[in-house]
Write a protein that binds this ligand. Structure first.
Ligand code: FCB
Length: 458
């Protein structure tokens, strides 16, 4: 579908922001009482990340945040989405907070507010304190309780200045990449553990949401990563493959959060992998505590067909290891190999609205990696990224025109950063970072974005 971009004006008060995550940008992993997270351990394990890259220094944001705040101000954003490093704030994942860690976020929040930028906090973007992983990690129920305790304690310290609270970022990744395929920290390959992890992440979300509410928070939500899932052909087996992947990726999170139940077909598919003893009476009522908003991270679409499982190869598609992911010929991809599919964003937002709404939605992440270069004149001509963003903004706008209560949009990412298992090899920033010198350069996409935020239109 083509959009007449001259018509694309967003509703008054639309939130424009950029997003980052603590382990991807902060560095300073040994400073001011921070203890290791699962990502420190994982990235320091040989063979786990591209080039053996770690977040030890990353963007050195811990020290350079004043410069990053001024970049945010130049971008004209109303909000900044960032995550709190649990291992900085509560280094062992339990008990008293670490004052120096809390101070960092107080400085950051105060700095944002001085620029008139609203902080949008995520409590967990994957950097679980290693001590908690050693005690069982997310497959252990106690981690959900620990998460709620941490949420309540840090909210007591920042709640006077931070209005918007997101509990989790992408529980699917934390559970299935972390515990089933092991592509992410902690790198375990146990499908049953991953399913329990997913439940305890959701439970942790619900317990934390209730704790924040009890302390007066009025804008509490969570962020999931959603994909439209299509069958490669109309064949029954392919349609069933699409049902199963949609179940694991999307409905397994949306249904408990917004309907208070797990999808019956997914439970049936998973019955052989894992029982349901880990789901206690009352858990789903906690998980479905009403949300003030849902954050949607969108990057691409999955097209799938039934295939054959490859035994011995750990997969994050627990119980559906046979499913094959098809690349559609002729569809352009980003440097991640992800198909560029703006219509998929429209489809995702309208689906959530139709099947799970009404509920305020935010795009809490969308963006693209491309191989950028700083040219001799000090510019980064990332027309590919600008065009990617423009087409996705237009798709979001179409969802609004179709009645979806979409309230805002956060571009992933403010800065080039540590892209998890890909290390520094993939650049998602609208600001280029030279990882040798830490020099920041606003890319052309960033310049363009600063016009969009100011005009509130394309
Ligand atoms: C999302 C993550 C984010 C970043 C982008 C590219 O899954 O939430 O940290 O890695 O993908």
């Amino acid at each position: 579908m083509t959009d007449d971009l001259s018509q694309v004006r967003f509703p008054d008060g639309f939130v424009w922001g950029t997003a980052t995550a603590s382990y991807q940008i902060e560095g300073a992993v040994h400073e001011d009482g921070r203890l290791p997270s699962i990502w420190d351990t994982f990235s320091h394990t040989p063979g786990r990340t591209a080039g053996g890259d770690t977040g030890d220094v990353a963007d050195d944001h811990y020290h350079r945040y004043p410069e990053d705040l001024s970049l945010l101000a130049d971008l004209g954003v109303s909000h900044y989405r960032f995550s709190l490093a649990w291992p900085r704030i509560q280094p062992e994942g339990r008990g008293q907070l670490n004052g120096a860690g809390v101070d960092f976020y107080q400085r950051l929040v105060d700095g944002l507010l001085e620029y008139g930028i609203k902080p949008w906090v995520t409590l967990f973007h994957w950097d679980l304190p290693q001590t908690l992983e050693d005690a069982g990690g997310w497959p252990a129920r106690d981690t959900a309780e620990r998460f709620a305790e941490y949420a309540a304690l840090i909210h007591q310290r920042l709640g006077d200045r931070v209005a918007d609270w997101t509990t989790l970022n992408e529980p699917w990744c934390a559970a299935f990449l972390g515990y089933a395929s092991g592509h992410h920290a902690p790198g375990r390959t146990d499908g049953a553990a991953a399913v329990r992890a997913a439940h305890h992440l959701l439970l942790g979300h619900g317990l934390a949401a209730r704790a924040l509410r009890a302390q007066g928070a009025t804008s509490v939500g969570t962020t999931v990563n959603l994909y439209p899932v299509d069958p490669a052909t109309p064949a029954e087996a392919d349609q069933d493959a699409a049902r199963r992947i949609d179940g694991l990726m999307n409905r397994m999170f949306l249904d408990p959060l917004l309907r208070g139940s797990y999808p019956a077909d997914v439970l049936k598919d998973l019955a052989e992998v894992t029982g349901t003893d880990h789901v206690h009476d009352g858990d789903l009522a906690v998980i479905s505590t009403p949300l003030d908003f849902l954050g949607v991270n969108y990057y691409s679409r999955h097209v799938v067909r039934a295939g054959t499982a490859r035994p011995g190869q750990p997969s994050h598609w627990v119980g559906s290891e046979d499913v094959e992911f098809v690349k559609r010929p002729g569809v352009p991809v980003t440097e991640m190999g992800w198909e560029i599919d703006p219509d998929g964003l429209h489809e995702t937002l309208t689906r959530v609205w139709r099947e799970y709404g009404p509920l305020p939605l935010y795009v809490t992440e969308n963006g693209a990696a491309f191989p950028d270069e700083v040219t001799g004149d000090g510019r980064v001509r990332d027309e590919d990224r600008r065009s990617y963003l423009e087409r996705h903004f237009a798709a979001a706008h179409r969802a609004i025109a179709d009645g979806v209560d979409l309230r805002g949009y956060f571009v992933w990412s403010l800065l080039d950063n540590f892209e998890w298992a890909h290390g520094y090899s993939k650049r998602f920033g609208i600001v280029h970072v030279d990882f040798e010198t830490q020099r920041r350069t606003l890319k052309d996409s960033g310049r363009w974005f600063s016009e969009v935020t100011r005009a509130n239109a394309l």
